[in-house]
Ligand binder design. Structure first.
Ligand SMILES: [Ca+2]
Ligand SMILES: [Ca+2]
Ligand SMILES: [Ca+2]
Length: 417
């Protein structure tokens, strides 16, 4: 019998270097990608001009999930907003007081098959994940966002029972429950899901300041990663993360880690430095690091990074997961973390090797699925590592592993037995 289980992968992608505070003329600021109506005609994107100068969008366009060319002399005033709607007429009927709207990007065709008509809308913003790029008249990308309904764009929480097992799910009201995705701090990187959340108000804030906008937020934790990808018992392990904040001078960063066993000990913390001597690259480059001593073979380390600014605004990555009220109220806290495992075995096969690192309690859940709930789609947390075989391209030893922070983290794997 084939059994399957979906896994939540905590996997990290390298991101380009970013200045701490950005200076760009137009920002993708709000996204209605999955209207509660399920009607693509209700989709829209809001642009924001954070500068003190009007910006003329002549020759500019939006590419990616949708395609839209701005009319000549479309202007976004200093400090102002512009809504780009899938259909401006539909938008105007819904948001009667919002003025600065252009459109449309959406077309549709109706086909008749055996007496039934089907409407095909194209292009639309995906309800799960899409890229949106704003390009100027020379086709330079001014801003680009790849949003998603899971990963740091959402909150991880307990799922409903799926064939008797409650795993994890990513939840956001922006995903079809009447809210939008709003950017929180437009002065910081908007390609990080940590800088976005669901709007507080129904149907979002088109043409106006975002409901969750903040001038000073907890530091963003970008591309938390460990090296080597698969450490040996002779090798120290470096953990690094890029930190972004309005004022890095006042920021403190710590790694919390513990050995994952059936009854794991409390986390211990280690300060992460940006001084150029803690495996963190150059001093003062915004990449913080700490080097852990070599550990015995098979040691499984669970970890998260915490960053706090001078105003005590603090965040962790991975973020805390939430319990379900019927499982006991309150915050479950740091229960779905990043992981690495010491492994002295040597792989020299020709085929790629995939390694899943799963915490002890999640193994228990997985065993339940395999043993008693083979049809469950419940998801467990795992770190996924891919090692290319020797017949393929370069070995993975010099590559960074895994923890999708910018983009969401959900991949499905089919495990058969
Ligand atoms: Ca808005
Ligand atoms: Ca801050
Ligand atoms: Ca550094």
């Amino acid at each position: 019998m084939k059994r399957s289980v979906a896994l939540l992968f905590l996997v990290s992608l390298m991101l380009p270097h970013w200045a701490t505070l950005r200076a760009q003329p137009i920002v993708i600021n709000e996204i209605m990608y999955h209207p509660a109506s399920e009607n693509p005609l209700d989709e829209w994107i809001e642009l924001y001009n954070p500068t003190a100068t009007n910006v003329n969008l002549s020759g500019w366009r939006i590419s990616g999930g949708i395609a839209f060319n701005f009319a000549t002399n479309t202007v976004v005033g200093a400090g102002q907003y512009l809504v780009v709607a899938a259909n401006a007429t539909v938008f105007d009927e819904k948001y009667v007081t919002v003025g600065n709207v252009v459109g449309h990007w959406l077309s549709w065709t109706v086909t008749n098959v055996n007496g039934r008509s089907f409407t095909n809308f194209t292009p639309t913003l995906s309800n799960t994940r899409n890229s949106i790029s704003l390009r100027d008249s020379r086709d330079n990308i001014v801003d680009s966002v790849t949003y998603a309904d899971d990963g740091d764009w959402a909150v991880r929480r307990r799922s409903l029972s799926l064939s008797g097992v409650r795993g994890w799910e990513w939840f956001t009201e922006a995903d079809g429950l009447g809210k939008t995705l709003e950017l929180i701090q437009p002065g910081l990187d908007n390609s990080s899901g940590q800088n976005w959340s669901a709007s507080l108000v129904a149907e979002g804030t088109p043409g106006a300041q975002n409901s969750i906008r903040a001038a000073n937020i907890a530091p963003l934790i970008i591309n938390a990663t460990h090296q080597p990808v698969i450490p040996k018992s002779s090798e120290p392990v470096s953990v690094t993360a890029r930190i972004l904040d309005e004022n890095l001078a006042g920021v403190s960063v710590s790694l919390f880690f513990r050995t994952n066993v059936a009854s794991p000990p409390p986390f211990v913390s280690a300060v992460m430095f940006d001084d150029g001597v803690h495996g963190d690259g150059a001093a003062g480059d915004g990449i913080y690091g700490v080097v852990l001593p070599a550990m015995p073979n098979d040691t499984l380390i669970e970890f998260y990074v915490q960053a706090t600014d001078s105003g005590s605004r603090s965040r962790t990555w991975p973020a805390p997961a939430l319990n379900a009220s019927d499982l006991g109220s309150g915050n479950l806290g740091q229960v779905a973390n990043a992981m690495f495992q010491v492994d002295d075995s040597i792989y020299s096969g020709a085929s790629p090797l995939y390694k899943l690192i799963i915490a002890a309690d999640e193994i228990t859940t997985l065993s339940t699925i395999f043993n008693t709930s083979a049809n469950s789609d419940a998801q467990v947390n795992a770190t996924f590592i891919s090692v290319e075989g020797r017949s393929n391209r370069a070995p993975l030893s010099d590559r960074h592993p895994q923890s999708w922070s910018r983009q969401p983290l959900r991949e499905s794997a089919q495990l058969s037995n």
